[in-house]
Design a binder for this molecule. Structure first.
Ligand code: HEC
Ligand code: HEC
Length: 590
């Protein structure tokens, strides 16, 4: 039987035309898709930091990778103090001019307002958080403050904190003198608490939307391209809104703590949170007026000069540092420092960090006598007192850190200072920190070579096993030296005149006060003034405000702020007044 076959398609003129048209159309679609993909790749793939040949510029404005994780799109950064002026007023705690809100509101309702005046208002906002803007040679302020770096990632220029935010500060000789930015000293004016809370609150504010932000960005001179305006920035705003709220709930522990005030931060509580250690049931300072000792670790930003000599102490090992001496490896302290810039382990820019580490090995503080005279005869009389009472724990002088106990930990019962920061770093945390970089292969860095020029583990000897452990340590970023201690570290005093207020919690305003027994130290003082007080050796701490802006009231009676300890005959607090004068004068030479 014959089965009828379906008629075969005969290539006809109409069919050929159709196929040709189809081929052209597919080619066109393919090329559009390809072009779009190429454009997207060009826009989105580069992960490029702005880099600086000069190391000091690199320290102030260069990136160590923080923007990849938490980066704030550049134009959102510029617009935030205007759009979120209300949040800013809440967190700035009297550091903003009282009419800031009104001025910001006036600009917001006038999209045509001059771009430069708006940017100035935006900078004024960040200055209230203690950030410092440098001027270029023509006297114009930079667009970003020192301590904020920029990187292009996922198609947008993003900015975030770098080391200088917390480790560079200003000094003024008198209120009429310009502020001098000194690198490596504690950022005693930067209010990290207010900074964090500003972005948490701003990202959750109803005005943090494309409707309010995009026009302000344009008015600031953003000149966004069509794609940025309708694609990239709206997506970035939505993402930041979501992330900001997530972070606020995640890192919200600080809401339950007393305010840190300028120049301080709580490094290890952040670490606990990121490692999912429990917080939920701890008391809330604001409502209950008490805090759990483990939930508060507020510490002063330390100075970071002369890291090289810190790699050796009297027993030949490296110094145990961080305030409580919880880590005796310089490179591990640096790697944990970089986490403070908001970076997560995979996005650390190790080469950029390495440049900073290498530079810090022998970077020295500014001299006191660049600013004020030193009475050399008086200082000369102070030197033997220092050698007798202090050198064993603090080193021979401001650059030679030789001393039997330098870089060792003095037990808390002996030193007697506030214990919160110590208790905040728990055994559990030390163990957990060892997991963070597990297995991540290490890239060579010139700072792995100690000040002496030899690799820190060189000549390890000690047989095959130890050598193998040390070799492995060299090959991974894994933290292997965090440990629980039971006191505070005997630290070198280089540049000590710039490190006020003193002690790990910044509870003693001046060196003169530190040489007084606890009862004579001020119970309440003001932090955040950069005008220097050569008489007492520290920053002016007696003024509640200047130019209509309030300084932070530091109350030593609040948990974590105790100013006791480091007192008694061996700490110089019972010396006669003229001996104290001589010792103080000598400390100015450090
Ligand atoms: C958000 C603020 C912040 C940022 C940003 C920051 N640090 Fe720190 N840094 C601190 C605080 C706070 C401590 C004290 C930690 C402690 O012991 O409690 C510290 C400690 C250190 C120490 C140890 C000092 C010592 O002798 O005990 C070094 C070194 C250091 N930081 C270097 C850096 C470097 C390098 C960067 C940039 C990659 C950086 N920090 C970024 C806040 C910061
Ligand atoms: C037994 C060891 C020891 C002796 C002796 C000692 N100190 Fe200290 N010093 C410490 C420790 C530990 C700390 C950190 C305590 C803290 O922050 O809670 C410290 C902190 C300091 C600080 C604050 C550092 C900063 O960056 O805030 C200064 C300044 C200081 N000592 C000066 C002196 C002087 C001056 C003498 C001698 C009159 C002296 N110390 C004697 C152990 C000692």
């Amino acid at each position: 039987m014959e089965v009828e076959q379906p008629p075969k398609k005969v290539p006809g003129a109409a069919g050929a035309k159709l196929r040709k048209a189809w081929a052209i159309l597919s080619a066109m679609i393919a090329s559009v898709v390809l072009l779009a993909a190429a454009y997207a790749a060009y826009r989105l793939l580069p992960n490029r930091a702005v880099s600086y040949a000069d190391i000091e510029e690199h320290f102030k404005y260069g990136s160590t990778g923080g923007e990849v994780n938490l980066g704030i799109p550049y134009w959102i950064w510029q617009a935030a103090p205007m759009v979120c002026a209300e949040s800013l007023t809440e967190v700035a705690d009297g550091r903003l001019a009282p009419d800031y809100l009104t001025r910001a509101a006036a600009y917001m309702s006038d999209a045509a307002g001059a771009a430069e005046a708006r940017r100035q208002l935006s900078r004024e906002g960040y200055k209230a958080l203690g950030l410092v803007y440098e001027h270029d040679s023509s006297g114009q302020e930079h667009d970003l403050p020192a301590g904020i770096s920029k990187r292009r990632y996922l198609g947008v220029d993003r900015v975030f904190l770098n080391c200088a935010a917390c480790h560079a500060g200003t000094v003024r000789k008198t209120p009429d003198d310009p502020a001098v930015l000194v690198l490596g000293m504690p950022a005693h004016r930067f209010n990290f608490y207010a900074f964090e809370h500003f972005f948490f609150q701003c990202a959750g504010h109803r005005r943090f939307s494309k409707r309010d932000l995009i026009p302000e960005i344009q008015a600031l001179g953003g000149d966004l391209s069509w794609i940025d305006r309708y694609g990239v920035y709206p997506a970035a705003i939505a993402r930041m809104r979501e992330r900001g709220q997530w972070l606020a709930s995640r890192l919200g522990f600080s809401y339950r703590q007393p305010q840190w005030g300028p120049g301080r931060g709580d490094s290890f509580s952040h670490a606990k949170d990121l490692l999912n250690m429990p917080w939920e049931h701890l008391p809330d300072w604001r409502t209950q007026g008490k805090v759990d000792p483990r939930s508060l670790g507020t510490a002063d930003f330390p100075s970071i000069w002369l890291q090289g000599p810190r790699r050796k102490r009297s027993d030949g090992r490296e110094m145990e540092l961080h305030w409580d001496g919880n880590n005796d490896r310089g490179k591990e302290r640096h790697l944990s420092a970089v986490i403070s810039t908001g970076v997560l382990p995979p996005s650390i820019d190790h080469q950029a960090l390495c440049r900073i580490e290498s530079w810090l090995l022998d970077f020295t503080p500014r001299n006191y006598d660049d600013f004020f005279p030193i009475d050399n005869a008086l200082a000369y009389r102070g030197a033997p007192l220092y050698r007798r009472y202090c050198a064993d724990c603090h080193g021979l002088n401001g650059h030679d850190f030789t001393g039997r106990r330098v870089g060792f930990v003095t037990p808390i019962d002996e030193i007697g200072t506030d214990r919160f920061r110590l208790d905040n770093f728990t055994e559990d945390l030390a163990v957990n920190l060892a997991t963070v970089f597990a297995g991540q292969a290490r890239q060579p860095c010139s700072a792995d070579f100690g000040a002496s020029g030899s690799q820190t583990t060189a000549g390890a000897g000690g047989g095959g096993r130890l050598a193998a452990v040390q070799a492995e340590e060299e090959n991974t970023y894994r933290w292997t030296h965090f440990h629980k201690t039971h006191g505070y570290a005997n630290l070198p005093l280089d540049g000590i005149w710039l490190r006020a207020p003193y002690l790990h919690n910044g509870s003693v305003p001046s060196l003169r006060d530190l040489l007084e027994p606890n009862n004579n130290r001020p119970a309440v003082f003001y932090r955040g003034n950069d005008v220097y007080d050569p008489q007492n050796v520290g920053f002016r701490s007696d003024l509640p405000e200047a130019d209509g802006k309030k300084f932070f009231t530091f109350d030593t009676r609040i948990p974590g702020n105790g100013n006791q300890g480091h007192e008694g005959p061996e700490y110089g607090t019972e010396l006669s007044a003229d001996k104290k004068d001589a010792l103080l004068e000598y400390l100015k030479t450090f």
